[in-house]
Design a protein around this ligand. Structure first.
Ligand code: M6R
Length: 599
C-alpha cells in the first residue's frame, strides 16, 4: 500500500527512481512523485495518475543529484491529485518526506502546527510529518525526525531528506521498509522488488527503528536512541521473477507459474513418506486451531479448516483478522493460532497475531514474503516459496497456501503418531502435472469469457471444501473486472439468492465428483429450471453435468483435499480473460493495492 524508494549514490538518479517506482506500482498507482537534492535545493516533481504519467514530465530531464526519494500512492487521506501526491515539503521547502501508513492523530497535530504558523497545503495526514520535522529542526535531521516521531501516533514507513545534509533518514512503525546495501551507494524501499536489480543485500527495519543512511554507511537506532546491530539478509529472488517474462500481465504469468511454484512449496518437505517442517510445536497439546487472515488468504484458511479437521483431527475456527483483532477472542492455553498472508504485511493480520501473542498463545504463520513482519512476529512458520507475487489479484499464493496447509495438517497428524495416507503424498507429487492440464484450457476459457464479459452479475456456487473456491472465484472476478459477483454454498442458494436467477444470470458451479456431486446436480437443475446460465467446472470423466451446463471447464480428478487447487485455476483464468477482454489493466485494478498495510 503505497511504494517508497530512495537512493543515495552516484548513479543516474531519475531513471533509477522511476524504475524502482515501476516495480512498486502494484502497491498503489493513483499519483506519484520524486524529490531530488541538487545544489542545496530540493527539486520536486509530482503527478496525478500512474508512474508513466510522472515519467513523461520534461522537468525530470533537467534534474540530477545524488540523493532522492520517490513514492507511488494509494490514497487514504485526501483524494488522488497532484497536491496530495508525495513527496511533501515543509514550509521552507527544505525538508521532503515520503510516507506509507496513517498518522492517526493528524487532526490534532495539524491544528497545533497551523496555530504555530505552518501552512499545510495538502489534505494528507503525511504532510504533517514534514512540518513536524521542520518544527524540531536545528541543524540535525536525525534528531528532528526522532523528536517529530515522538509526537506521532499511527503507522509509518518514512524516508526523509533535506537540502543540506547528505543522508536519508528512514523510520518504521507498522509499514515495511528495507535498506539495500550497495558499493558506495545505498537504497531504501518498501519492498525488495524496487531494488532487486541493484542489490540483493538488505536489512529489514523493525518497528520503532530509525536509520541514517549515507552513501557508504548506515546506522540504526531505536526511537529511544539505542544503537542496534542488524543482520544483513541475502535476497533469494531473481530479477526475472519480477519481470512479466513475455506474458501480457503479471497476473497471467503468476497463474501459469502455479505448476512450478507448487513444486517449490513441496521441495524438501516430503522425504521417505515423512513430512519435514521446522515448526516449534508440541502437536499433542493442541486442542483447537484458529486460522486468521484477510481476503484470498482467508479463503485459503476456510479450505485449511476442511483439510486440518479431516487429516489432523483437530477442530479449526477461521476468523477474519480484522474481526479477530477487535473481538477480544477467547483464546485458551492449548490453542494454536495460524496467520496466513502472502505479503506478511497486512495490517489487520499483523494486529491479529499481536492480539494472540498478548494472550501468550502459540502462533505460526504461512507466509510468502521471507523476512516480512508476520514471519518475524510468530513463533515459527511455513514459507510458501512461491516467488514474488506482483499481480494485485492473488493467484499462485492461494494455491501454495492450500498446499502448505495440507503439509501442515499431515505434519500434525504424523507428529501425533497417527498413520499418514501415502496416497495423498502420491497425489501431491502429480499435482503439478494436473495443474498444467488445466492451464492448457486457457484459450477455451477465453471463449467462454467472451460470451459472458458484459454480464452485470455472477453467482459462484460450490459445496464443502469447494465452497471457499466459489468465494475465491467471485472475489477474483469482482476485483479485476468490476462485475458484481457473489460466492455461496450451493445449497444455501435456494434460501435467497435463487430470487436473482433469470436468463441474464451466469452461475458458475464448482462441481467435482465427490460426495457432494449428486446434490450439486440437483442445485444445477434448480438454476436451469429458472433459465440461469450455467458454467460448470467438472471432472474430465463426468458425463452428467455437461448435459445440464451451458459451458463446462473439464479439469482432472484429484483427491478432495487438492480439488480446490485444480478448480480455482480455471476460475482465475475466467476472471482474467473477462477483465482483459473488457480492456481493464488487470495488474492495476481500480482502488486496490497489493498489500493492505493500513487498517
Ligand atoms: O498479503 P495478504 O495475503 O495478507 O493479503 C490479504 C488480502 O489483502 C489479499 O488476499 C487481497 O484480498 C487480494 N487482492 C486478493 O486477490
Amino acid at each position: 500500500m503505497c511504494g517508497i524508494i530512495g537512493y543515495i549514490g552516484n548513479k543516474n538518479i531519475v531513471p533509477l527512481l522511476l524504475n524502482g517506482l515501476k516495480k512498486l506500482e502494484y502497491r498503489g498507482y493513483d499519483s506519484a512523485g520524486i524529490c531530488i537534492v541538487s545544489n542545496n535545493r530540493l527539486h520536486l516533481v509530482k503527478k496525478k495518475g500512474e508512474i508513466s504519467q510522472l515519467a513523461k514530465n520534461p522537468e525530470l530531464n533537467e534534474i540530477n543529484g545524488n540523493i532522492g526519494i520517490a513514492h507511488t500512492r494509494w490514497a487514504t487521506h485526501g483524494e488522488p491529485n497532484k497536491i496530495n501526491a508525495h513527496p511533501h515539503f515543509d514550509c521552507k521547502k527544505e525538508i521532503a518526506i515520503v510516507h506509507n501508513g496513517i498518522i492517526e492523530n493528524y487532526h490534532a497535530l495539524k491544528e497545533l502546527l497551523e496555530k504555530e504558523g505552518h501552512k499545510i497545503v495538502s489534505d494528507t495526514d503525511s504532510e504533517i510529518v514534514a512540518h513536524l520535522v521542520e518544527k524540531f529542526y536545528s541543524g540535525n535531521l536525525e534528531n528532528a525526525v526522532i523528536k517529530a516521531l515522538k509526537c506521532v501516533e499511527g503507522a509509518f514507513g518514512l524516508a526523509i531528506i533535506n537540502n543540506s545534509e547528505e543522508k536519508i533518514i528512514v523510520a518504521r512503525r507498522g509499514s515495511p521498509l528495507i535498506i539495500g546495501i550497495g558499493k558506495n551507494e545505498m537504497f531504501v524501499a518498501s519492498d525488495v522488488a524496487a531494488i532487486l536489480n541493484h542489490t540483493k543485500k538488505v536489512i529489514y527495519l523493525h518497528d520503532n527503528e530509525i536509520a541514517v543512511i549515507t552513501k557508504q554507511d548506515y546506522s540504526i537506532k531505536n526511537l529511544e536512541g539505542k544503537q542496534i546491530d542488524k543482520k544483513i539478509c541475502e535476497i533469494k529472488w531473481t530479477v526475472d521473477q519480477i519481470e512479466k517474462g513475455g506474458f501480457k500481465h503479471f497476473m497471467l504469468k503468476e497463474i501459469f507459474e502455479q505448476s512450478n511454484v507448487i513444486k517449490n512449496t513441496l521441495r524438501g518437505r516430503i522425504k521417505d513418506s515423512k513430512i519435514k517442517l521446522t515448526l516449534n510445536l508440541n502437536t499433542n497439546l493442541i486442542n483447537r486451531i484458529i486460522i486468521t487472515a484477510c481476503g484470498t488468504s482467508w479463503h485459503a484458511a476456510l479450505i485449511g479448516k476442511h483439510i486440518i479437521e479431516k487429516i489432523a483431527e483437530i477442530p479449526v475456527e477461521v476468523d477474519y483478522a480484522s474481526e479477530f483483532r477487535y473481538r477480544n477472542p477467547i483464546i485458551k492455553e492449548n490453542d494454536l493460532i495460524i496467520a496466513i498472508s502472502q505479503s506478511g504485511e497486512t495490517a489487520d493480520t499483523i494486529a491479529a497475531v499481536k492480539e494472540a501473542k498478548s494472550k501468550r498463545t502459540k502462533t505460526i504463520s504461512i507466509i510468502n514474503v521471507v523476512g516480512s513482519t508476520i514471519a518475524r512476529e510468530v513463533d515459527s512458520g511455513v514459507y510458501l516459496h512461491a516467488g514474488p507475487e506482483i499481480g494485485v489479484a492473488s493467484t499462485k499464493a492461494f494455491t501454495c497456501q492450500i498446499v502448505s496447509l495440507l503439509l501442515l495438517a499431515l505434519f500434525i497428524r504424523q507428529e501425533k503418531g497417527l498413520r499418514l495416507d501415502k496416497k495423498i503424498l502420491q497425489e501431491l507429487s502429480i499435482l503439478p502435472k494436473k495443474i498444467k492440464q488445466v492451464l492448457k484450457k486457457s484459450d477455451e476459457i477465453r471463449k467462454v469469457a467472451e460470451k459472458f464479459k458484459d454480464s452485470k452479475n455472477f453467482l459462484y456456487l460450490g459445496r464443502g471444501i469447494n465452497f471457499p473456491v466459489a468465494l475465491e472465484g467471485a472475489l477474483k472476478l469482482k476485483e479485476i473486472s468490476y462485475i458484481h459477483a457473489e460466492g455461496y454454498p450451493a445449497a444455501e442458494m435456494k434460501h435467497g439468492p435463487i430470487a436473482l436467477i433469470d436468463e441474464n444470470m451466469p452461475v458458475v458451479f464448482v462441481s467435482p465428483k465427490d460426495h457432494t456431486y449428486e446434490k450439486i446436480l440437483n442445485n444445477m437443475e434448480e438454476i436451469k429450471a429458472r433459465k440461469g446460465r450455467i458454467i460448470a467446472v467438472i471432472n474430465e470423466e463426468d458425463e452428467k453435468l455437461n448435459k445440464v451446463a451451458e459451458d463446462i471447464f473439464r479439469v482432472p480428478k484429484t483427491r478432495a483435499e487438492l480439488s480446490p487447487i485444480i478448480n480455482i485455476i480455471s476460475l482465475q483464468l475466467l476472471a482474467y480473460h473477462i477483465a482483459d477482454l473488457k480492456g481493464i489493466d488487470v495488474d492495476k485494478p481500480r482502488n486496490l493495492a497489493k498489500s493492505v498495510t493500513v487498517e
